[in-house]
Design a protein around this ligand. Structure first.
Ligand code: ADP
Ligand code: MG
Length: 348
């Protein structure tokens, strides 16, 4: 996931600060120096996992051109998305499609669902005749397991959350973007339909060459997808690499805490509970964000003096996993070579 010119999406040192109402208070650092890339060519699935308030939505908005970062840049095929010509921007808006948390909020309640599919067909000239448009729509709905006769002609409120979210995927299927950026797409969907949705994302990658950045607080559903993973904690990426490796051998103490909190058979419940436990920590962090320290010092069982005064950089742990933790830094910790990532008994 290192940055290089042949990557088609490059997030470079992106930071986003929000001012508080009282200007005397330090700003909220929602995204703190995040860098990563998606490769060109082979379609990729990257899941970004982080608790509520860790900066996921802000980073999503940075990548979609909706919130300019305070510093750093987002490059698409080498072009800064905040400095594109109008033609380049139209291409970007077609090639990079968002899926939001609540599809209802993105629908106009006064228009029938059909319009969600008709507009892109017209805007992007995807069909030459009315009949062709109709068959493209039906094909797209069938691709996401919806029966056209069940949904066409209806209004958004007449569909379930899962159906509305799948209409968004049908729209994506029609537009055939190069990348989907989905921010918590599963939160309005019943648990029973989540795997249907995730399977559609896998199908879009494997059979249609569409990459996906999937953003979630839910490690259990993230694991279903596999692929690449980044763990965010208070605006920073603290561990990244191959999902299977990270989940079975998490190296960062924060990742270890997250994964410990998701035992089967009831992962979601425990995850919610852990979220409650760490809530105070997130709030404290909003009051003092020290750029020259590790974000996890408050809870880390291995904290060392250097963690309070220096910011850890990424260190390779395995060929497919990197961690921003001084525990693995030979220059700081003489025991570094002996520290092994925790092996999760339940996942082996
Ligand atoms: N528009 C905004 N104005 C002020 N603060 C914001 C704004 N958007 C997000 N934040 C703050 O930035 C932090 C990260 O929020 P967000 O990106 O929504 O995280 P997540 O999606 O991971 O829950 C939170 O502390 C949140 O309160
Ligand atoms: Mg969010």
């Amino acid at each position: 996931m290192a940055n290089s010119p042949d990557h088609f999406l490059d997030v470079r040192n992106v930071s986003t600060h929000f001012h508080r109402r009282q200007r005397s208070q330090a700003p909220v650092v929602a995204v703190d120096d995040v860098s990563f890339s998606l490769p060109g060519g082979k379609p990729t699935l990257l899941t970004i996992v982080g608790e509520s308030g860790s900066g996921k939505t802000t980073l999503t908005r940075n990548m979609l051109g909706l919130t300019p970062p305070t510093s750093g840049s987002v490059l698409y095929q080498g072009k800064d998305i905040y400095h594109m010509s109008s033609e380049e921007w139209i291409d970007y808006r077609r090639e990079v499609q968002p899926v939001f948390q609540d599809p209802y909020a993105t629908y106009n309640p006064f228009y029938r669902i059909d319009r969600v599919l008709e507009v892109p067909i017209r805007k992007f000239k995807l069909a030459k005749s009315k009949d062709e448009a109709r068959s493209r729509m039906e094909e797209a709905l069938q691709a996401v397991d919806l029966r056209p006769s069940d949904v066409l002609g209806r209004y958004p409120h007449q569909l379930s959350g899962g159906e509305r979210q799948r209409i968004m995927l049908a729209r994506i299927y029609l537009i055939r973007p190069k990348l989907i950026i989905a921010d918590e797409p599963l939160s309005m969907i019943d648990a029973s339909l989540r795997t249907v949705f995730l399977n559609i994302l896998l199908d879009l990658r494997d059979n249609h060459g569409i990459s996906c950045i999937h953003i979630t607080h839910n490690l259990a559903t993230a694991y279903y997808l596999g692929g690449q993973m980044m763990i965010m904690c208070r605006g920073r990426v603290i561990e990244r690499g191959d999902m299977d490796t990270i989940v079975t051998k998490p190296s960062h103490p924060y990742t270890q805490l997250l994964i410990e909190s998701v035992p089967s058979p009831d992962p979601e419940l425990r995850w919610e509970r852990r979220k409650q436990e760490t809530k105070n920590l997130t709030e404290i962090s909003e009051l003092k964000t020290d750029v020259n320290a590790c974000v996890f010092t408050g809870r880390c069982p291995h904290v060392m003096p250097t963690c309070h005064t220096n910011r850890p950089q990424f260190i390779p742990i395995t060929p497919v996993q990197e961690s921003a933790c001084f525990l693995y830094d030979k220059a700081v910790n003489p025991e570094a070579s002996k520290v092994a990532p925790a092996r999760q008994a339940s996942a082996d």
